[in-house]
Design a protein around this ligand. Structure first.
Ligand code: SAH
Length: 216
């Protein structure tokens, strides 16, 4: 059994996890399908593999975490994606959220500022043949000007403020989902309704590792 084996036991555990997510309020069929498809155990640190299908966040390297499945599903649902969308993720981390996005859209760009995580995730996407357009090493605060504008931008770390470049790099009609706050974050969705106007909605409290400004 190599490390990329997805057994019927794993698949059964995933079905159970999906049921939990539905019970907690996830109702997008596409999101549920994506969670069912992606083996989360490929993205877990070896010490925690047996917990892969618990609805919890776990440590990964560089003092970061793989997000809780509910959080991944909830944020993805808020993006309201259609398959032609171009999506930017800030905070690649384990790569699990990027893999979920890659089931839903064909153009996923993801940025990570921790070099070790960046390298691991990039290799994982290649080994698994996941369709991620580009894995970028850099500061997500700046967005990714080269490929802007985006239909959707997803921030997977807690931000104290909304980085201006991310607002600027959103298409009109585009959605930015970002957890905002210091110790506890409020899940926030900004929808760009014109070049200068954004509509803001909030969706309850979450806890994330912090979005950090570049240390490079
Ligand atoms: N989407 C990830 C969540 C990882 S936790 C997953 O599914 O596993 C958030 C990640 O954001 C961490 O890996 C952290 O290093 C990264 N991060 C924090 N600030 C960042 C920044 N300014 N630019 C890019 N990545 C950042």
């Amino acid at each position: 059994m190599n490390k990329f084996t997805d057994t019927t036991k794993h698949q059964g555990q995933r079905k159970k996890l999906v049921k939990t997510l539905i019970r907690k309020g996830i109702n997008s069929k596409d999101v549920i399908n994506a969670i069912n498809k992606i083996p989360r155990h490929f993205f877990m640190d070896s010490a925690f593999k047996s917990y892969s299908y618990e609805d919890k966040a776990y440590p990964i390297s560089s003092d970061q975490t793989i997000s809780q499945p509910f959080t991944v599903a909830f944020q993805t649902q808020l993006l309201e994606l259609v398959n032609t969308d171009k999506v930017l993720e800030i905070g690649t981390g384990s790569g699990y959220q990027s893999a979920i996005l890659s089931i839903l859209v064909s153009k996923v760009f993801t940025i990570e500022r921790q070099h070790k995580l960046f390298k691991q995730a990039k290799k994982l996407f290649e080994d698994l043949n996941y369709k991620i357009k580009e894995t970028i090493f850099g500061d997500g605060y700046l967005g990714y000007e080269k490929e802007a504008p985006f239909d959707a931008i997803l921030v997977t770390a807690g931000a104290e403020e909304i980085p201006k470049p991310l607002m600027e790099q959103l298409k009109i009609g585009g959605r930015l989902v970002i957890p905002l706050g210091k110790e506890i974050q409020i899940m926030t969705r900004l929808t760009r309704i014109s070049s200068k106007e954004f509509n803001k909605e909030t969706f309850g409290e979450f806890r994330f590792v912090p979005l950090l400004k570049n240390k490079n």
